[in-house]
Write a protein that binds this ligand. Structure first.
Ligand code: ADP
Ligand code: F6P
Length: 322
């Protein structure tokens, strides 16, 4: 193996740059050449590539986003178009791939490995933390810290005005961001897709909360595959419980910003581990971190198996919100 390719794909996540840097620097350390593929699978199809050396990845460890850029590329789901991408890797002399992204990206990596025969290693990176085979994905820690920073600001105004606020956070169809940011920000309730929505119970809880002496409350709502659905929930609470509220959708601020130290360290470990895995012949796996150790998960398991939320945190939330 002399030359490896690296790309970032799907939603960007803070720490992707630190992961690219670790891939490049460990590859150079192991006498490999690195080809950076721009804009994810779209760049692979178009053959948009550039050589990356130690100096190309200087001064990026602290930057959000991804210097390689990223896309959502529906065309990569089409076999004939993937054949073009595979041809482009051959032309570029790429003999193995590191693919950095979330479950969709790793799904693409699975078929890429099957159809090209190339050794492929995934690096789990998405703010959603919804990938099986790692306790935390790169970008999640930064995203929840950003969410908490903004929820704290909402708390200031909620408290001043004695108001009820609904704050919607990202997470696609899962509640990882909502649960952890909600606990950290001391939310009065957290609505996640893993627990069935019950507006009557929510209204009853809020009534008890206000009767108990609280005059403001913050409810964290996971977007649950339907961004903006929080407006509907706020309307339902007004209709059923007679409670006025304000809604704040945090949106894409959660994807940006400088990665936390924790994300930078995770990204550095996983990026380097991906290259180690290629060199050591652990192919067609994704690298993650489980209980502090590097873990290797078959690519297919990362997206076909379901990662569970921490049930203890769900129970704790109910106790702490009183
Ligand atoms: P993420 O990786 O953050 O979950 P997406 O779900 O958008 O983001 O997936 C990123 C990209 O992975 C998609 O735009 C597509 O190019 C590729 N991909 C996703 N699912 C498949 C699939 N079933 N087959 C091939 N490629 C896929
Ligand atoms: O997967 C990351 C994520 O930010 C999700 O939390 C969110 O649902 C989605 O991407 C938004 O995607 P886009 O940037 O394409 O609107």
């Amino acid at each position: 193996m002399r030359r490896i390719g690296v790309l970032t794909s799907g939603g960007d996540a803070p720490g992707m740059n630190a992961a690219i840097r670790a891939v490049v620097r460990n590859a150079v350390y192991r006498n490999l050449e690195v080809c950076g593929i721009q804009r994810g699978y779209q760049g692979l199809i178009n053959g948009d590539m550039m050589p990356l050396g130690n100096r190309s990845v200087g001064n990026i460890v602290h930057l959000g986003g991804t210097i390689l850029e990223t896309t959502r590329c529906p065309d990569f789901k089409i076999k004939e178009i993937r054949a073009k991408a595979i041809e482009a890797t051959r032309k570029a002399g790429i003999e193995a791939m590191v693919v950095i992204g979330g479950d969709g990206t790793l799904r693409g990596a699975t078929v890429l490995a099957q159809e090209s025969g190339l050794p492929v290693v995934g690096v789990t990176s998405t703010i959603d933390n919804d990938v099986y085979g790692t306790d935390y994905t790169i970008g999640f820690d930064t995203a929840i810290n950003t969410a908490v920073e903004y929820i704290d600001k909402i708390r200031d105004t909620a408290r001043s005005h004695d108001r009820l606020f609904f704050v919607e956070v990202m997470g696609r169809t899962r509640g990882f961001i909502a649960l952890q940011s909600g606990i950290a920000a001391g939310a009065e309730a957290i609505m996640i897709p893993e627990v069935p929505e019950n507006i009557d119970a929510l209204c009853a809880d809020l009534e008890r909360t206000f009767k108990g002496g609280k005059r403001s409350a913050i409810i964290i709502v996971a977007e649950a595959g339907e961004p903006g659905s929080t407006f509907r929930i706020a309307r339902a609470v007004k209709e059923k419980g007679g409670l006025d509220s304000r809604v704040c959708v945090l949106g894409h601020v959660q994807r940006g910003g400088s990665p936390t130290a924790r994300d930078r360290i995770l990204a550095s470990r996983l990026g380097a581990a991906a290259v180690d895995a290629l060199v050591e012949g652990r192919w067609n796996v994704s690298v993650g971190e489980v209980k502090g150790d590097i873990a290797y998960t078959p690519l297919e398991d990362t997206w076909s198996r379901r990662k569970e939320l921490d049930g203890d945190l769900i129970r704790l939330m109910k106790i702490l919100a009183r």
